[in-house]
Ligand binder design. Structure first.
Ligand SMILES: [Zn+2]
Ligand SMILES: [Zn+2]
Length: 388
């Protein structure tokens, strides 16, 4: 690049927060197949009796509930500080930590003075090492995380116990914590800020439920009422996994092929893009591509569940700002929109879906807490630097 072009580019970079130097062609890897895989539903933030602030919630109750409700995977994430980091000899060693039909991730809630994060792993790992560096500098924590090869996710990033570490540590962020949707507004704002900064950061859900339904009236605790309002699947996180395995769940989570629904009976939102105007979809949420020079058609699909015949309201967010709002066609449960992403800047598009809440009789009081918020997608990205 000559000096004049370089100066011009530098000036452009200073005037727009999302302006990035054009990426070398071929730097962004090709998009993976958008059809070879399977949608799996689960909950990525659950506390069992191995957390001291949990009541009436043995692993068998959580896993049995998930099996009956048809969930595909769970991450039981007990507070590591309640067992001094020794998750291996508590949650994972519990004879009830097993299921024939539900994939159980290994993990814990990394519970530190500077905030909480969930660890997800396809198998056992040395959690004690992460616990032991919890008060160290970020650079040391990153090194341990990399050595362990685990996925770290920022929990409930705003408010009490907000995530006070660098977002360079994390692979995803909990943008939807518990059935109480309205309290997540600040988390969504933080997510958009991180996305605008060039991070390709997956948004996920987690019920953070602690309390099970008491087996007898005598076991009722002050918190037992919560079990009727917030339990497995409020919200439900969907991942498009290459295979039905723990590693594929985590890979999909890392890659952002993820959407979140208020409960498992609500529709799943899927966001696709047609890059070359041939009517066929070329990429889905979580995917990153070089921006084409022609208009891109986006398709939002609501799949499964939901209220038959209902119209849902889709809000499109582009680079953190409202881009448009559209009602789905009740006969196809889909809607499309078109835009031209900037040629040399980063651009992302994500959607949020409002509408009638589908009943979830197993957690009957969750509907009212979620209000009209039905689902959200991860972004489709253009010109994001894969080496950020
Ligand atoms: Zn927490
Ligand atoms: Zn928690």
């Amino acid at each position: 690049m000559n000096l004049r072009a370089h100066v011009l580019l530098t000036a452009l970079m200073l005037t727009s927060p999302l302006m990035a130097a054009p990426l070398e062609s071929g730097k962004i890897p090709p998009v993976a197949s958008i059809t070879a895989g399977t949608w799996l539903k689960g909950d990525l933030h659950l506390h069992s009796r191995h957390s001291k602030d949990s009541t009436n919630n043995p692993l068998s109750k959580i896993i049995g509930f998930a099996q009956n409700a048809g969930f595909d995977y769970l991450a039981i994430t007990d507070h590591d500080n309640h067992v001094q980091g020794d998750v291996m000899h508590h949650t994972w060693a519990d004879p009830e930590f097993k299921s024939k039909s539900v994939i159980l991730l290994h993990g814990a809630e990394w519970t530190t003075e500077r905030g909480h994060g969930n660890i997800f792993s396809a198998g056992p790992y040395d959690h004690q090492r992460l616990f032991d560096v919890r008060d160290d500098r970020d650079v040391k924590i990153i090194a341990v995380k990399k050595a362990l090869g685990v996925h770290l996710s920022a929990n409930h990033p705003s408010g009490k116990d907000h995530f006070g570490f660098s977002y360079d540590l994390v692979d995803s962020i909990e943008v939807w914590n518990s059935a109480v949707w309205p309290k997540n507004a600040a988390a969504i704002m933080i997510w958009d800020d991180m996305l605008k900064s060039g991070r390709k950061l997956t948004g996920r859900g987690g019920s953070d439920s602690h309390h099970g339904v008491p087996d007898t009236p005598a076991e009722t605790s002050l918190h037992s009422i919560e079990s009727t309002a917030n339990y497995v699947g409020t919200p439900t996180t969907w991942v498009f996994a290459k295979a039905r395995s723990a590693q594929s769940v985590i890979d999909a989570l890392t890659n952002g092929r993820v959407s979140v629904s208020a409960n498992p009976n609500d529709p799943r939102v899927e966001l696709y893009a047609d890059l070359n105007q041939d009517g066929l979809m070329d990429m889905m949420m979580g995917d990153n591509a070089n921006a084409p020079s022609n208009p891109v058609t986006f398709v939002v699909r609501l799949v499964g569940g939901g209220i038959p015949g209902a119209s849902y309201h889709v809000r499109v967010v582009k680079n953190g700002d409202a881009f448009g709002a559209y009602d789905t066609n009740p006969s196809t449960n889909s809607v499309s929109f078109t835009d031209i992403p900037a040629a040399t800047a980063r651009t992302y598009y994500r959607v949020e879906v409002d509408g009638p809440q589908t009943p979830y009789p197993q957690v009957p009081n969750s509907m009212a807490l979620s209000g009209n918020m039905v689902a959200l997608s991860n972004p489709i990205y253009f010109n994001f630097d894969p080496d950020f």
